[in-house]
Design a protein around this ligand. Sequence first.
Ligand code: DP6
Length: 419
Amino acid sequence: MAAEKWVYMVTAQTPTNIAVIKYWGKRDEVRILPVNDSISVTLDPDHLCTVTTVAVSPSFDRDRMWLNGKEISLSGSRYQNCLREIRGRAGDVEDKEKGVKIEKKDWEKLHLHIASHNNFPTAAGLASSAAGFACLVFSLAKLMNVDEDPSHLSAIARQGSGSACRSLFGGFVKWEMGNKEDGSDSVAVQLADEKHWNDLVIIIAVVSSRQKETSSTSGMRESVETSLLLQHRAKEVVPKRTLQMEEAIKNRDFASFTQLSCADSNQFHAVCLDTSPPIFYMNDTSHRIISLVEKWNRSEGTPQVAYTFDAGPNAVLIARNRKVAIQLLQGLLYYFPPKSDTDMKSYVVGDNSILKEAGLDGANSVENLQPPPEIKDNIGSQDQKGEVSYFICTKPGRGPVVLPDQTQALLDPETGLPK
Ligand code: DP6
């Protein structure tokens, strides 16, 4: 490796994921090993994703990272653990055209520049660390020619943030808790790809919240220390539920999928209440959305929509198909209309072609909407303006990919600095 001026880089895109069987509680805080298995749905990266560019050059004097345009410190143990693990697996890299030749042993001395960007606002309270750490590990593995399958990479991403390990795959993913002390068997595996169950439509209600929530990391630590319900959940409930959820996904059994997802979300929030001092992640709006969905599901006789809530008030609603999603959106917009100065296209984002199908793309306004008759009069009238900041319409999506188009890179190919 001569002292040349080259900058060698890779850009990748990684999705975020939503757990339908929740991870809540660690048995090892450093290695990030969970107390139970969890299962998630990967969300379409066209609507929610992280893009990361990683670069290496003999001219870089230290590791540096920029997140959403702002330089951040890499000194935290989670970043350091990921960087150390991935460097330890680096291989030889050669790009004759660029005059790049890096031998395995060189990686210890070479420094990295990392730029990462989320295509959704961080303030939305959507799990950005999952996509972020998954993308960091995936893009570095490509840059460094790491010869490991996605499950092995998931064990590295896990050390950045637990839920990140599930973002190494598309579709439906299980994080196996494992039982080895070193965590080598605590990995994510794909249960089914995104095409397996492509009728599903996911609508996320980004719920306005005034309070700063307890972070997942400290919330789950407090639950492990104080909640007896968490112990019961991890030992007795989740092992059975995980098997049932795997079956439900395999058979595309929406009734069972809904029953399990809703029960698991509710139990996770019950564990939060059982924590001392109690943690409140959902708010009145979240509860109103649950009532709406529960009432509708019951009146239909068979479940139409599943709900799940993470460590915040946002509702993730999974509709059994597009027709149901249109009705759901109409109901949601009836009860949670946009503020008068907000236009519909910025109130429903992501795949907003659904607006047209719901008859809401043009002059038609929400004032003309009628909710499904079954849920009418249940949750009050249209006085909830502003309770929902916006809706994101999406679907199950693919896993990480390399973006070969240089124009999508976040670092300048000459300087290795943010563009
Ligand atoms: C409620 O993965 O954010 O979203 O491992 O401490 O980084 P750390 O926690 P994190 O926790 C996610 C918790 C959850 C449930 C889930 O995604 O399974």
